[in-house]
Design a protein around this ligand. Structure first.
Ligand code: NAD
Length: 262
């Protein structure tokens, strides 16, 4: 029997049009949530929301825009009158550039989505609903790149590392209001973005994809078990649910043990 941990809860999922976003949204709706799926590409997110049906509603929002973020939270408040959970899932990987090639444009564009937008979205749901109601949960989506760093990804690694510290500060500040904030830290997930990256780096190395894939995953303790989007979503739903009611300020790795061995 499906659990109903989110009955009567209102959840905002950002970056909800591709990858993990639609999967998170579907699982939340199945557990009783009313889900506002926010994304830049409105046709895409509308199609995803329609395929989920029930209480999944699409809204256009570029989370780097203060006005869009305010309108996104307004949309949830107008429709349902509250926000219980925010999933700061939206992110961009930026371009693959060594530090000596880094551009301010690439750096700032990555930080704008991967850190600043999480601050903006959190600020708005806290101000407009959670603080007054003295309840709520925020889940940020970091990456193991934010622990050990990835070559040619200084922008992404630094942004994802910052998100863990932002999580702690938010958790400390809003804890007295009964609100929690945690950070999910995925390693590689079997999504399109990962498949594209593996293909690109295999091509650059002149290696067959399967050989490079095996090499890349050879250090991961749970070798045969690379996380699916569902594995990551399971952990996100747990952190957002009342089952995690005394867990806050934490960064939880879902990475088949990869970060443990460096
Ligand atoms: P994804 O690229 O499919 O999803 C991210 C979504 O955010 C995209 O739909 C993108 O369009 C959206 N987005 C980007 N900029 C936006 C903006 N300004 N406004 C609104 N939406 C915007 O990636 P995913 O694989 O589903 O990743 C989900 C989360 O997990 C991300 O935070 C990602 O960094 C993290 N993560 C993924 C992996 C992986 O292997 N896929 C690994 C570690 C961490």
């Amino acid at each position: 029997m499906t659990r109903r941990r989110f009955e009567d809860k209102v959840v905002i999922v950002t970056g909800a049009s591709t990858g993990l976003g639609p999967i998170l949204s579907r699982m939340l709706v199945e557990e009783g949530a009313k889900v506002l799926m926010a994304a830049r590409r409105v046709e895409l997110v509308e199609a995803e929301a329609a395929s989920i049906g029930g209480n999944a509603v699409a809204v256009q929002a570029d989370v780097t825009s203060e006005a869009d973020v305010a309108a996104m939270v307004d949309a949830a408040m107008d429709r349902w009158g509250q926000v219980d959970v925010l999933m700061n899932n939206a992110a961009v990987p930026g371009k693959d550039l060594y530090i000596w090639e880094q551009t301010l444009e690439n750096w700032n564009a990555t930080f704008a989505v991967d850190v600043t937008a999480a601050m903006l979205c959190s600020r708005e749901v806290l101000r407009r609903s959670m603080m007054e109601r003295k309840t709520g949960a925020i889940v940020n989506f970091s990456s193991t790149a934010g622990w050990n760093g990835l070559p040619r990804k200084s922008h992404y690694s630094a942004a994802k590392g910052s998100l863990r510290i932002l999580t702690k500060v938010i958790a400390t500040e809003v804890g007295p209001y009964g609100i929690r904030c945690n950070c999910l830290v995925p390693g590689a997930i079997e999504t399109q973005i990962m498949a594209d990256w593996l293909q690109r780096t295999a091509d650059e190395k002149g290696l067959p994809l399967e050989q490079w894939r095996e090499e890349w995953f050879s250090n991961i303790p749970l070798k045969a078990k690379i996380s699916t989007a569902q594995d990551v979503a399971n952990a996100a739903l747990f952190l957002a649910s009342d089952e995690a009611r005394t867990i806050t300020g934490q960064s939880i790795n879902v990475d088949a043990g990869g970060v443990m061995v460096g």
